[in-house]
Unconditional design. Sequence first.
Length: 148
Amino acid sequence: MKRKSLEAAPCPVARSLDVIGDWWSLLIVRDAFLGRRRFGEFQKSLGLSKNILTQRLRGLVDDGIMTQVPASDGSSYQEYALTPKGRDLHTVILALRQWGEDHCFDAEPCPTALVERATGKPVRRLTVQAEDGRPLGLGETMVVAPAG
């Protein structure tokens, strides 16, 4: 079944899912955050077939999330690098990670932890905050149309 395009939807969540809603795409982006850049590295990490990985990488490049660049070792290979648009998914991936830590490891602890590279200390939980820095819960926000 062909997926319905959400690129013209009035909702930013729907439009975002149209671009990165496929789980393989998000896992490729996660792997890129972990330093993977080559096709073979993504394939080995994800265990994904070559044709599906090729499609997902092509889509990420077409959507401006990744770009192909010359290999960092000077070889004739191409590597994949996150664009600024792709790097902006960092908070999204971290939010999914924290949700997974809280809800997807019933009896066992999560086998990895997110820490600050410079200090090794745990990263503070993401929160939605008011302009003055106060944390806001679900009932304290709403979506409105801009005035105009």
